[in-house]
Design a binder for this molecule. Structure first.
Ligand SMILES: [Zn+2]
Length: 257
């Protein structure tokens, strides 16, 4: 193998899918794959690339690429699940173009099978389509919505990395060290230094660092949630016992007069 310096070994092309799926146990409830999805999708939305860290108040959800209700495939299988921000998921809804349209390329981009820069290009803070898949995805999900233009502006200020502005955190593992955002650069450099032994290991450490950067601890599973929920229910039940009466506003039921 040819010896390369640190920088050039990190330079990679952006050709090929960015998301590599983990091996998972098949047949679980789709919501049980949440943590694997978060990891595999770099804690980022499959469609708009916003990271948990950047998303602040926006919730993250599990999207069914082929929508629920479709009977032709197992929609809850891991391969059909995407990690997506609530905004993209809501806009995507149950859209599913007919076969003829899909054959012509009018379908949603998917980062586990498609290469991002084959379908999208950037012009400033806007994304443009390169293919029909890019076009359909931009139009359906409004990928030039204000919040995303602002996000790209924010990224532009962090790093002059064209790919990062468009492709998000995924792109950072494909670019030169000097183009990483300043606040993660040291971490990434340390990661590279401490993993000189093998190129693969080095790559893994970079990925770990980037994942740590993208991830919001607020969205991690709370191991005590169940215990606390039980306690809270008990406390509330005691309150209810002390003060009997309606503790909730009745929902406007269908049978209400
Ligand atoms: Zn999104």
């Amino acid at each position: 193998m040819e010896a390369k310096d640190d920088n050039s070994s990190v330079v990679k092309s952006m050709h090929g899918p960015l998301v590599k799926r983990s091996e998972v146990t098949a047949g679980l409830a789709y919501s049980d794959y949440r943590n694997e999805l978060r990891y595999d999708f770099y804690y980022s939305c499959a469609y708009c690339t916003i990271t948990e860290y950047e998303a602040a108040g926006i919730r993250f959800t599990i999207d069914h690429y082929v929508p629920q209700g479709n009977t032709e495939i197992d929609v809850h299988a891991y391969e059909n699940l995407m990690y997506a921000c609530d905004e993209c998921n809501l806009r995507k809804g149950n859209r599913h173009p007919p076969a003829s349209a899909q054959e012509a390329g009018f379908r949603f981009f998917r980062p586990d099978k498609d290469a991002l820069l084959e379908h999208f290009s950037a012009s400033g803070v806007r994304v443009n389509h390169v293919t029909n898949t890019g076009y359909y995805t931009i139009q359906s999900l409004d990928l030039n919505r204000q919040s995303l233009r602002r996000l790209r502006e924010y990224r532009e200020r962090l790093a002059e990395t064209h790919e990062y502005v468009v492709a998000g955190i995924h792109a950072l593992r494909h670019v030169r060290i000097d183009r990483f955002p300043k606040h993660v650069r040291t971490q990434v450099l340390n990661a590279i230094k401490s993993a000189q032994e093998a190129a693969n290991e080095r790559e893994e450490e970079i990925e770990t660092t980037l994942r740590d950067f993208a991830r919001s601890p607020l969205l991690d599973r709370d191991p005590d949630a169940e215990t606390r929920a039980k306690e809270r229910t008990r406390e509330l039940d005691q309150m209810k016992a002390l003060h009997p009466g309606a503790w909730r506003t009745p929902r406007k039921a269908a049978n209400s007069a």
